[in-house]
Design a protein around this ligand. Sequence first.
Ligand SMILES: [Cu+2]
Length: 164
Amino acid sequence: MGRPHTTRATNVRPTPATLSRAQITKRITLSYTENAAGTKFYINGKQFDPSRIDTDVSVGDVVEFTIVNQTTELHTFHIHQSDFLVTQVNGQSANSVSLQDNVNVSYMANGIPGTVKVVVPFWDPVAVGMFVYHCHILEHEDGGMMTTIRLNAAPTNRLPTRRR
Ligand SMILES: [Cu+2]
């Protein structure tokens, strides 16, 4: 008793168990494409621009990213500041036993894009600020396959009181 209740848990440790039970607060689809020469790479049609904020989330959010690889080569998904749970790979349940900081997104085959779903917890207020997520293949991230994300501090009335 006496402890403020919230559905936005910020004091829960991210594990496969807590993340598979967590309520998704936001869903974002990322479409991976590239030019015909394979020299320019895009997320949702855009190359990286550090002056642009592509994604806004708040502390407490649990975001499901669906990454869709529309190209004929392998890409990956990697995000700074938080490990994540891979929940689905090409439509099949992933049954992940641990969190990951990078995941392969397979290339399009027979006209069917590779797809991966991941659940990312933004539970740590220490991460408030700007960071990035991107394909972890160096020439792809350098070629534009990277995007900015801003983690906003949640309004104080949404944060649970921490007792230690
Ligand atoms: Cu890539």
